[in-house]
Design a protein around this ligand. Structure first.
Ligand SMILES: NC(=O)c1ccc[n+]([C@@H]2O[C@H](COP(=O)([O-])OP(=O)(O)OC[C@H]3O[C@@H](n4cnc5c(N)ncnc54)[C@H](O)[C@@H]3O)[C@@H](O)[C@H]2O)c1
Length: 249
């Protein structure tokens, strides 16, 4: 079911971690990949790695907190490739762990801007091009913390819950357009994101996973790859769990 050959995909936060794993999967399967990331050094490494696999790759360096990053990166992609088939809103930060009364207000603002508002912005600027094509696949990377809540992580958990709400609402808005909007809610994956929080916090989250292990990036990539397929055609506004059994609803 490789009907995604030559499709174009934009992945936010694609230079490292899960985003880079998704870029590798989609690239290997024949998609053209644009990575949007703040970390130029890591993005250059990612680009070289993808190009060594023969993947047509573009990079846009920018902070997704700034509106121009979404606007300009999408304009650049359309200029070069003419259409945006798949949008993966992957960028996210855990922020510092702490009780709400200890959290600096700026941490909430940062989580809101990077996790939630960037998802809104990339959807806002990409969808008009998808509507022209009557086709699109939008996949938002939420988190199990958005469903279950993690203590000490209110900015993260609440913005991840809001991504589920955004997905449900937007999926319905676009239901007859040929564009599907879905999200995934992974449990813990070992990436640099975990270095932002305490070991105690990581242990709490891992201990909650009935399968007793963390998720592999490749496992997420397989799920996202399927959601992005033409075969996944009657599912929109949905949340896909990938939590080793942690999700309780
Ligand atoms: N790692 C986990 O356990 C886990 C679990 C569930 C969900 N997620 C979600 O998966 C997504 C990816 O997480 P990850 O673990 O790969 O993180 P990561 O920290 O390994 O990678 C994040 C990437 O985003 C980039 N980035 C960060 N802030 C940015 C900004 N302001 N502008 C542009 N780029 C920026 C970083 O440079 C990096 O390349 C996030 O949305 C995260 O919430 C992660």
């Amino acid at each position: 079911m490789n009907n995604r050959k030559n499709k174009t995909v934009l992945i936010t936060g694609g230079a490292d971690g899960i985003g880079f794993g998704l870029a590798t999967k989609f690239g290997k399967e024949g998609c053209k990949v644009m990575i949007v990331d703040i970390n130029k050094e890591q993005a250059d490494i990612a680009k070289s790695s993808l190009e060594s696999l023969g993947v047509e790759t573009m990079v846009h360096i920018g902070d997704v907190e700034e509106i121009k990053t979404s606007k300009l990166s999408i304009a650049k992609l359309i200029d070069s490739w003419g259409k945006i088939d798949i949008l993966i809103n992957n960028v996210g930060i855990a922020g510092i762990a702490g009780k709400i009364w200890e959290q600096p207000i700026e941490e909430m603002d940062r989580a809101y801007n990077i996790n939630l508002r960037s998802t809104f912005l990339f959807c806002k600027y990409a969808i008009p091009y998808m509507l022209e094509e009557k086709y699109g696949r939008i996949i938002n990377i939420s988190s199990i913390s958005g469903k279950e809540g993690n203590p000490g992580m209110v900015p993260y958990s609440s913005t991840k819950a809001a991504i589920i709400g955004l997905t449900k609402s937007l999926g319905k808005e676009l239901a007859t357009s040929g564009i599907t909007v879905n999200c995934i809610t992974p449990a813990v994956v070992e990436t640099k994101l975990l270095s932002q929080i305490t070991q105690e916090q990581v242990d709490y989250m891992v201990n909650k996973i009935p399968m007793g292990r963390t998720a592999k990036i490749e496992e997420l990539a397989e799920l996202v790859w399927w959601i992005a397929s033409d075969e996944c055609s009657f599912t929109t506004a949905a949340t896909f769990d990938i939590s080793g059994g942690r999700a309780t609803y």
